[in-house]
Ligand binder design. Sequence first.
Ligand code: HEM
Ligand code: FMN
Length: 798
Amino acid sequence: MLKKFLGRAEAPLGEPLPRGPKPLPLVGNLSALKAGLHASLPGLVAKHGGIFTLEVPAGLAAVPLVYFGGPTVVLADPALLEELFRRPDDFSKRLFKHSALRWGAQGKGIFTTDDDEDIHGSAFRVLAPSFSLKSLQSYFGAIQSGIATLMGILSQAAESREAVDVHPLMSQYMFDTFGLIGFGKDFQSLTQKCPLLDSFEGMMKNLGRLSKRNTNVGKVGKGLFSGDLHAFRRKHHKAWVGIEQLLEWKRTSIKMGEAPACPVTGSATSQSSSCPVMKDMCARLVSEPDPLTGQLLPEELMHANATTLLIAGHDTTSTAMTMLLYHIATNPDVEEKLHREVRDVVGERELTWDLVSKLPYTSQVIKESLRLFSPVPEIYKTSPPDRATRLGPYHIPPGTTFCVSQWGIHYNPQVYDDPEKFDPDRWAEDKAGGRSSYAWLPFSSGERACIGLNLSLLEQRVMLAEVVRKFYLRLDPQTNLRVRQPLFLNPQGIHVRLTPRRSSPAPPPDLRDPQLVSMACLDPALAESRSSLDSTPSDTSGLRGKRVVVLYGSNMGTCEDFAEQVLENDKRMGFEGVKAPLDALASSAPPALPRGDEGVVVIVTSTYNGRPPDNAKAFDAWLSCPSAESVLQGVRFAVFGCGNSQWSATYLGFAKRIQDALEHAGGEALTVMGEGDMDCGKVEHAFARWNLTRRIAILHSYDIPVPPTLAETLYPRLPAVNAMVWHGHVSKDMSDGYRRSVMQGTSTVSKMLQDSDAWFGALRQNTELLKGDASRSTRHIEFALPAGRAYIAGDHLG
Ligand code: HEM
Ligand SMILES: Cc1cc2nc3c(=O)[nH]c(=O)nc-3n(C[C@H](O)[C@H](O)[C@H](O)COP(=O)(O)O)c2cc1C
């Protein structure tokens, strides 16, 4: 303490932080940010690199860029960002307690709480199940019913040859869709005036104006003078009352078991008739207790979180959708490629949950659009207020504010070639593979990453696929793009013209179109593997009396649902079973684990920032105890990890730890660990395959013959065109170009290849070694390894 007062500096922990543009007295670097913070940062990053200091006097920018006294550090370097996100105890969200947003729109909602506030944890625990895979699936009908209304409006505009003002339309569309998902109610803003949307938009508009005012004191003064503050308060009050009425309406609906007239639209029906049974987010908010405390959230927090969800779920995605349509309208070649994909996969059929996950190029387009226009332009982290630390090689003074600039990273020329180009191909597997996942952060990363990312991506995929399969889009000359920033970025002034595509059905499959051929075989194969999951192998009497213990770790519910499926499958095979959270193993009454051929233990778990989900934390600690080893020794086990490769450094981290610990303790792995990646939307498929493999392994381990129909589903037959290439002799008859296109098409779409991480190697030599005996064959095969690939004995060669 004395040292501090005497001003004796501690020895620096690393190099000084690189300086950004030279600050001027009083105004610091404000002149370097004239274009607005988000739009100025890419240029500054190109000039000063991925880390540099910026000095902006407190309160002079839209968000409090600094605590008084220190420079803000702009961060746009993937390696440093990875370190920052992996050290949440050192670099935390600690900004909102003091922010105007807290007394403004969102109150103490999950978004605007700091890491050191318990209320974040309770809101997260209550809301997380609303974002599980099963919940997303249950929202699909709501998303489709919103899309149907939108398509009707677009068709009318196309017929009457009127240009569409994109952002207001997307805003209404998202408001209605989120009305259904979030509140179980179509707000009908697409078809009639909606007072709730009006008060939200008004409130956000005034918030934007207010945050442009200069110092905090000046802000209030000028706000009062201009009337903005008063207007903000009025709209804010209306929005506040609107949400209060919705919460009350929801409580009454739950109590009565039916919906009274909705306070927003006045109508009494609760959900669109096309929606499957789903629990909307607000229903969860008012009726589900925090699983940790057993208490409902206090009224104030229910209100703040309902508001937060409405803003976060509506504003961000409507901006993302607006920019998607903008990018399509300005890139006809991309539009064509997209249309081809949607035509080949979906054709004229209804776009289903299964089909929407089979549109890889559509996902690439969305990724690229979010790279170029990230609706949340920057987020903030703070280093510990009471001690210095290091980030990379740099000394970080106590309480340093970091501005993680999405726009800075996404336009960083060190990371992306030609960063300003809209190029969805940069997300093709072969090009994106080597890039750090911290180079794409529209949804942030780590502990406080966006909870709604999968929902938003799903909504975007559905909208994009439906729009491109019906229309050509072209930018109208009246377009004058202006970006506002009430809270998130808001692109105004984009107008597009729509021309209906010919309504003829998709052309029949053509053998010369390899993508089409391979795609055609995807659905039946999946359907086949699914149905075989439900079919019980003929004689499983040998399994009678055997036990299965299914343990899960899950925050949002996805892994718990998978665990339930495992239990049902195994019971059908003849096992007696129980399902429990992983923490049960560390409790005072743990389930007894079967050993050897007494049965099997199955573990399905997610990972959160490399750490266990809430109901597996005690288990994680228990796993390190010496006694755990004796409990786990000799158990036959299978592990399925469910994660998201966006968290690349800690992808499936907890599941992998369990797999290692069980192997180390002398457990017997039935099969390799299953890996489900939420990022590529194929989790269910990965789970289905792992579950099938696991069940076959169980049959093997009890010497029960595997019915051929079950085994075959593991190795889906290759489509005819691929088989020709495989066998080699026909491939020679094809032109090089055609062969390449077959390979390319197959590698992008073949389920088997994708799932087994297969790759192509050029064949150098293939000669028969055995002479004379035509019934046997031993061949000498040489092939060239592509860069970064290895072949080890035992790898499958096909
Ligand atoms: C394109 C769409 C979206 C983008 C770009 C986006 C972006 C983000 C970002 C960057 C954060 C981190 C903020 C910070 O660290 O300060 C965040 C958090 C959050 N987002 Fe999103 N978001 C989107 C869609 C959604 C949707 C659809 C929902 C809900 C329906 C949602 C709900 C949330 C919530 C509740 C948080 C706070 C999570 C926490 O702190 O634990 N977002 N979002
Ligand atoms: C805040 C947050 C952090 C996450 N961290 C990781 C991670 O470190 N590694 C990973 O593989 N997946 C991570 N994920 C993805 C989840 O594990 C994934 O969505 C999983 O399906 C959730 O399963 P659950 O619903 O059973 O909890 C994270 C997700 C969120 C929302």
